[in-house]
Write a protein that binds this ligand. Structure first.
Ligand SMILES: NC(=O)c1ccc[n+]([C@@H]2O[C@H](COP(=O)([O-])OP(=O)(O)OC[C@H]3O[C@@H](n4cnc5c(N)ncnc54)[C@H](O)[C@@H]3O)[C@@H](O)[C@H]2O)c1
Length: 365
């Protein structure tokens, strides 16, 4: 198998000496995606040099439009599931490459498993080769449909290893195992973060995540699609808060896992009502069957993030949603086009759940 060598300019623009001393060169895999592009932006703002590595499978070039003229930014279109190396110094690798929304990973099941396994190992090898810090973007999905609430990092999870969501959940669990093994056997400087639902500008309007779907449907005057009765809960973190946590993890020696998310828990029905209020929309609500293995409750315990990173979210849902709605409202064509993709059973043909599921009796109330 061929190895891609990524050669990018390492020339740094002139900075004052203190800034140069603190400056790092960070490889961001998945940097053209929703979170990755915000991470690239935050790193560039703090004076780092960024190499964004992305195959554009679920990310978009336009997410990077604001950085292309910056000499501290380089973009390389590469599938990280294939071997690759990056020339020059690398101080940190933030590994975010992976399909992340359910319609995306149902559409790309083998690619999702590949990037969680081979892609993670290639990114780990890159970090080890450069003696660089490695941060894995894992997910609250490693807790599956949790029997412990709120979820602490020492909870091992309740995941169906052969269900339709397993391509994502198990890929991330394997990625965590691989990162932990590299830390033990290769002395890799590894940090694992488990990201809970995050929302904000640059989410793809059609990608089927609950916040973007509700906002798009409300702006279009379409019914908001709620799966099940809407009593399932989620905790929604605004992207700026999340990225601050990622930057803190990159700068620390904390191995994790560390939960990053907003601990304010809401039902999906409450979220729908809040979106209707903020958009001023008179859309109705359309109930559809729950997808298979849809988690009933989600709320991070963020005690470890506070202790280890001094991190806590600061943007409340009303403010975060206002900023998100404003971003989508400024893109009426994309929002109108996305409308048809979001109607009916879950976008991407995600299988729906039968009435009783394994684990229902044991599920914590
Ligand atoms: N957004 C959330 O709420 C959330 C929650 C938990 C975990 N995460 C994790 O954070 C990361 C980023 O998620 P996101 O929401 O920005 O998703 P996204 O789909 O917007 O971004 C993922 C990026 O990875 C790229 N990518 C996928 N496979 C690749 C490959 N083989 N090689 C190179 N690039 C590849 C995509 O093109 C895309 O740009 C993912 O690893 C995801 O699992 C996100």
């Amino acid at each position: 198998m061929d190895t891609t060598t990524i050669s990018v300019s390492t020339a740094l623009p002139r900075l004052d000496p203190t800034a140069v001393a603190a400056r790092r060169r960070v490889v961001v895999t998945g940097g053209a995606g929703f979170l990755g592009s915000h991470l690239c932006e935050a790193l560039l703002r703090r004076g780092d040099e960024v190499v964004c590595v992305d195959d554009l499978s679920t990310g978009r070039r336009e997410n990077l439009d604001g950085f292309f003229g910056d000499p501290a930014f380089a973009f390389v279109q590469v599938d990280v599931s294939e071997p690759f190396v990056v020339d020059g110094e690398v101080d940190a690798v933030a590994h975010l490459a992976s399909p992340a929304s359910p319609p995306d990973y149902h559409r790309l099941p083998l690619e999702t498993l590949a990037v969680g396994s081979r892609g993670t190992e290639n990114a780990l090898k890159l970090a080890v080769a450069h003696g660089a810090r490695f941060v894995l973007a894992s997910t609250s999905e490693v807790y599956g449909d949790p029997l412990v609430h709120p979820q602490t990092e020492d909870y091992w999870g309740n995941v169906n290893s052969v269900g339709p969501r397993s391509v994502y959940d198990e890929a991330k669990r394997f990625a965590e195992a691989l990162a932990a093994a590299y830390a033990r056997t290769e002395a890799a400087d590894v940090g694992i973060v488990r990201i809970f639902n995050t929302y904000g500008p640059r989410m793809r309007p059609e990608d089927g995540r609950v916040v973007s779907s509700f906002v798009v449907q409300a702006l279009n005057g379409d019914p908001l699609t709620i799966y099940g009765d809407g009593s399932q809960t989620r905790s929604f973190c605004y992207v700026d808060d999340l990225v601050r946590g990622l930057v803190a993890m990159l700068a620390s020696a904390e191995p994790g896992p560390v939960n990053l998310g907003n601990p304010t828990e809401r039902t999906v029905r409450e979220l729908a009502e809040l979106v209707l209020t903020i958009t001023g929309s008179d859309s109705s609500v359309d109930h559809q069957p729950l997808p298979v293995d849809d988690p009933t409750r989600r709320r991070p315990d963020i005690g470890r993030a506070d202790t280890a990173l001094g991190w806590a979210p600061t943007v409340d849902a009303e403010e975060g949603l206002r900023r998100t709605v404003a971003w989508f409202a400024a893109r009426p064509r994309a929002v109108a086009v996305a409308g048809s993709a979001l109607a009916g059973p879950q976008a991407g043909g995600v299988p729906v759940t039968p009435p009783a599921r394994q684990g229902d009796a044991a599920r914590a109330s």
